[in-house]
Design a protein around this ligand. Sequence first.
Ligand SMILES: [Zn+2]
Length: 256
Amino acid sequence: MPNLTTPAILLRTHPFSDSSRVLRFYARDLGLVGVMARGVHRGASRGQGGVGTFAEGVAVISFRENRELQTLREFAPARAHLALGADVRRLAGASVAAELVLRHAGQEPHPQLFDSLSKGLERIEQAVPGEVIGEALALGWRIVQELGFGPELTTCTACGSVLEEEEMARFDLEAGGIRGPGCPAAEGSRRVGPVARAQLGTLLTGRVPDGLRGARAHVSLLDDFTTFHMLGGRRLESFRFLEPEADAGAEVPARN
Ligand SMILES: [Zn+2]
């Protein structure tokens, strides 16, 4: 059986028995991959020399086609990303990204997705408190885009006309994009003006726009959008913790 060596990010672990766990990695050269890790004791994933969620490093995997779980030979984390688990908003941002990748990434390599995830987790971890939400939005929308679900922002989803830069639009959630001023919008649909559209466009590239406005509305849109288009109607709990108003204060401590 060949051993494959690949950069990988640990997205989830499940206990399997007293001495083994199932680990789900997003691997740069394999895509999503589940592995059985033997000789890992319960509790070892939290600061006892084990490997925690979101750790990134190099995995050596004994790989066989058409097997549900591969065998992990070795995982050497280069970045433990422990700070992601120590703050609820950082953890929430990382968890949203992980959940979208676990749900929609395939078992084939998508190096740009891996690189976006890697860079985004690093940025969420290192952001100053006031920038955590922006970085979480940038990573979330970037992953939506990389997975092929990106919203339409330049053309009206109802009539196909291209919007003028200064025109007010509304967001048609079901259609997955904007509706121009000439087309009737669904009741209660969000207004997305020129600034919001431009800022959303920047977030989709994985960057935080200068002077991000309406962070709460952006979080709410990402929540509704992913729930409708990517999560089969089930909201991710993590969105509750992406609270922009806490930005002005100190770090929000995570519950253990
Ligand atoms: Zn239209």
